[in-house]
Design a protein around this ligand. Structure first.
Ligand SMILES: *Cc1c(COP(=O)(O)O)cnc(C)c1O
Length: 466
């Protein structure tokens, strides 16, 4: 039950917030009446504690960043210790231990084949979109440095997402984020997604991957001399609705990139750091990218940081007597020591707690708890990749017949779940679980029960309004 003082405190925060803040990814007019605003006081493990005194299960890891739970003591301690030592220093011309050590450790765990990885250099940025910009600019600039001026485009996948800055939006294909800015964006070439949800009847996910790779082959045959890189999200198109594909696709895409001399950029900003069952999703395809973008879980969700891992060959392409050939991209907070210290603590947790092995057990439990929902009247698909489970809602469970967007089923489910103490943030009408890895049995059961209740409630409420 809500306590009176708790409710009053929450209301007062809501009021102060809406006077001064403009929230991300939000139609502000929906606050507070259509969309409740949830003031948070603190966090502990997978739980957020509201100003109202209630606890909420963070089932989406706070936008997929928080992999171990909130206020993780080892990460907090590492940040505090670093803050009392060196909080920040310019990384052009200076060096510091956390930046060097983190680069060493990232390269040591990078995707590899026969024990070796071609990735040998790390460039830091301070958020995922900025990391994507770095990778795109590097790929383009490398060809320029070789005297190749024709390769000015990128191939990206339909339904892909790479961030919100203009370069990242140009290779993204989610109309909600992209459409309005289209006149500002560089032209990209979009290849069909290997998305297994789009399988024709009788087609397997591997068949679908082969069909999408065939389309990529044709695009590359036509456009290779205009293209510097292919960018994609391995295994799961997260913002595109947690759409999953067979690892075979990345393997085929790698072969095609090699054949046409095009770089492969793996955007593992969301799927990296154990989210899909392996440390990096690319590992499931036995493939190594030329540029690997990491962020989100990199610091365990504590501080913003991105790292772009790249090959010696790309690095060497910038070495010259001329500054113009150098990669002059820079952010003031490049390689921030606090963020690097948090990332180092996070990597130690992976090792000390044997996180990947433990996640195997947790994801199996998630599979068991999600399975019964496949039979729900309005669930068209339940899919899973490691620590991500997604539920595709559709009237009568018919894949081709989504809910009328005006019914706002996802939003209704969001509100219903929040009332039951679970923070789900559906992507349209797709509900998903992407919890901190520390989620326990009690929380998992609450999550499963709440998901079912939220779907039931959302459909009933929408139908009652119709
Ligand atoms: C979130 C995300 C980004 C952008 O990262 P930000 O830190 O939000 O800018 C890029 N690519 C993928 C795949 C993402 O999920």
């Amino acid at each position: 039950m809500l306590t009176e003082p708790g409710m009053a405190a929450a209301d007062s925060w809501r009021e102060r917030d809406l006077k001064v803040l403009w929230h991300p990814c939000t139609q502000m007019r929906e606050h507070p009446h259509t969309l409740p605003l949830l003031p948070i006081a603190s966090g502990r493990g997978p739980w957020l504690i509201g100003q109202d005194g209630k606890r909420y299960l963070d089932a989406i890891s706070s936008w997929w960043t928080n992999i171990f739970g909130h206020a993780e003591p080892r990460i907090a301690q590492a940040i505090a210790t670093q803050a009392l030592t060196l909080e920040h220093v310019i990384l052009a011309g200076c060096s510091h231990p956390p930046a060097v050590e983190l680069a060493e450790r990232l390269l040591a765990i990078a995707p590899r084949q026969d024990g070796r990885s071609p990735l040998s250099k790390v460039f830091y940025a301070d958020n995922g979109s900025a990391g994507v910009e770095v990778a795109l600019k590097m790929a383009f600039h490398w060809f320029r440095n070789r005297g190749v001026d024709s390769r000015t485009k990128f191939i990206a996948l339909e339904n892909g997402y790479h961030g919100e800055t203009l370069g990242a939006l140009a290779v993204g294909d989610i109309p909600l984020y992209r459409r309005i800015y289209a006149p500002l964006l560089a032209e990209s070439i979009f290849a069909p997604s290997p998305d297994a949800y789009l399988c024709e009847p009788g087609e397997s996910p591997a068949d679908r991957a082969r069909r999408a790779a065939q389309a990529l082959r044709e695009l590359l045959e036509r456009h290779a001399d205009e293209v510097c890189a292919l960018i994609l999200e391995p295994r799961v198109q997260c913002a595109g609705g947690m759409r999953m594909h067979d690892p075979l696709y990345l393997k085929l895409a790698r072969e095609l990139c090699d054949k046409h001399g095009v770089f492969l950029i793996a955007d593992e900003i969301a799927v990296g750091f154990g989210r899909t069952g392996t440390m990096f999703a690319s590992e499931q395809s036995g493939v190594m990218p030329d540029l690997l973008c990491l962020s989100k879980g990199l610091t365990g969700g504590a501080l913003p940081l991105a790292a772009v891992l790249t090959t010696q060959d790309i690095y060497d392409g910038f070495l010259d007597d001329s500054r113009e050939r150098a990669f002059l991209h820079s952010h003031s907070y490049t390689g921030n020591p606090l963020a690097c210290a948090a990332a180092l603590a996070s990597l130690s947790i992976f090792r000390d707690d044997d996180v990947i092995a433990r996640n195997r057990i947790t994801s199996e439990r998630m599979r068991q708890l999600a399975a019964p929902l496949a039979d729900h009247e309005h669930v068209a698909d339940v899919r899973q990749a490691g620590m991500i489970v997604a539920f595709e809602l559709s009237r009568g469970g018919d894949k081709r017949k989504g809910f009328d967007p005006a019914q706002r089923i996802g939003l209704r489910a969001y509100r219903a779940a929040l009332e039951r103490g679970v923070l789900l943030r559906p992507l349209g009408d797709i509900l998903y679980w992407m919890p901190p890895y520390s989620i326990d049995e009690e929380a998992l059961q609450l999550l499963a029960a709440t998901t079912r209740a939220a779907i039931d409630h959302a459909v009933q409420e929408a139908d009652a309004c119709a």
